[in-house]
Ligand binder design. Structure first.
Ligand SMILES: [Zn+2]
Ligand SMILES: [Zn+2]
Length: 376
């Protein structure tokens, strides 16, 4: 059986603005296959818009086309394929953009976020078992990160879902799939922030704001939010940042070195720009750690003073999925949310129907939103 569903389809990357007029994402009826073995059909309840979705639309990152974006979402299991054991129809779930095969060297060594077959399937725009379940007429429509959540329903691998406890609202559950793992996970797992640390966060959009919550959770003494936008810094203060630095003319790192008497213990690039990376790199003290998670445009040139890296003894580390094992870390973060120690619901700034996804893209591009929840 196939399902006829409404989905936001991107035919080709396009960066004409405003998106509300050029409408790169078109809401169309597409067909969705029944779930195959090890797959589940999920009715999407909430899909939030992440900056990575914008990089799919504007072509900064190349994906097979056509594609249905959307990689941060929650929903309710509608049906399950053969051999599915971890969820059943009626179960609320969080969708996770990195499927974990459970059998590759990375999965076996505990690095589920680096799953090789999961990454290969994502890059091909296919599900973990191969192929697409989305079609438009005879043509294949590709999955984004094994999910494609800007739609009424999605077929995904069982290894792309984590059960969502019923006492956690579905719209909050959606955030755990990307913003929470990438923000909180980067600060705690990748950056190994410890109680008493001074932490600088360069770029306080959705993931940067999540990183603020992570730094507070980890017991950081000072959490220094850096951004080019004063409104965003006001928001960062509301979330608990202890200090803010307005980066007007690229002098944020110097200000941080000054105010911390030598630099932060850890700094995080959460803006997806080389400028933010440089700020983070220059703002840490000698021996400090710099983690980058924001996905800088791969075509942006960058040079590194390698000798300076030696003498400063800094650690530079990339953070994919916040170095999280989704099935281990999402339940932990949910428990912390439930106990009021990780108030990620504060990241939600807008709610709108799925057919306004292009307007939401404009707001994201203009840095006027943390997380916007789209409801099909
Ligand atoms: Zn994301
Ligand atoms: Zn694997």
């Amino acid at each position: 059986m196939v399902h006829h569903i409404k989905a936001a389809v991107l035919a080709a990357a396009a960066d004409g603005r405003p998106y509300a007029d050029t409408r790169p994402l078109s809401l169309e009826t597409v067909t969705l296959d029944d779930p195959g073995p090890g797959e589940v059909l999920v009715r999407i309840a909430a899909a939030s818009l992440c900056r990575s979705d914008l990089s799919v639309v504007d072509g900064k990152r190349a994906w097979p086309m056509p594609i249905v974006p959307g990689h941060e979402a929650s929903g309710v299991v509608e049906a399950v394929g053969k051999d599915v054991t971890s969820v059943a129809p009626g179960d609320p779930v969080v969708l996770v953009y990195q499927p974990q095969c459970g059998a590759c060297p990375s999965c076996l060594s505990g690095d589920a976020h680096l799953c090789g077959p999961g990454l290969a399937a994502n890059r091909a725009g296919e599900l973990l078992a191969g192929g697409t379940r989305l079609h438009r007429g005879e043509a294949h429509v590709h999955h984004h990160m094994g999910l494609s959540a800007f739609a009424e329903m999605a077929v995904v691998s069982e290894r792309s879902v984590v059960p969502l406890p019923r006492d956690i609202p579905l719209e909050v559950g959606a955030l755990f799939g990307c913003a929470v793992m990438c923000g909180v996970g980067t600060v705690i797992n990748t950056g190994r922030t410890r109680p008493g640390d001074t932490v600088a966060i360069a770029g306080v959009g959705g993931v940067g704001s999540s990183a603020i919550l992570g730094a507070l959770l980890a017991g950081a003494d000072r959490v220094i939010a850096v951004d080019t936008d004063p409104d965003r810094l006001a928001e960062a203060t509301r979330l608990g940042a202890t200090d803010t630095v307005l980066n007007t003319d690229g002098d944020a790192a110097a200000k941080i070195i000054d105010m911390t008497h030598g630099g932060a213990d850890r700094a995080f690039e959460t803006a997806g720009t080389i400028g933010a990376f440089e700020t983070a790199f220059n703002a840490v003290k000698r021996g400090g750690t710099v983690a980058t998670v924001g996905l800088v445009d791969p075509k942006t040139p960058f040079s590194l003073d390698v000798a300076g890296l030696v003498t400063s003894a800094k650690t530079v580390v990339g953070s994919y999925l916040g170095s999280c094992n989704p099935r281990r870390d999402i339940p932990r973060y949910m428990a912390l949310f439930r106990h009021g120690r990780l108030p990620v619901d504060k990241l939600i700034t807008h709610r709108l129907p799925l057919d306004q996804v292009n307007t939401a893209l404009d707001r994201m591009a203009d840095r006027r939103a943390l997380r916007q929840i789209l409801q099909p």
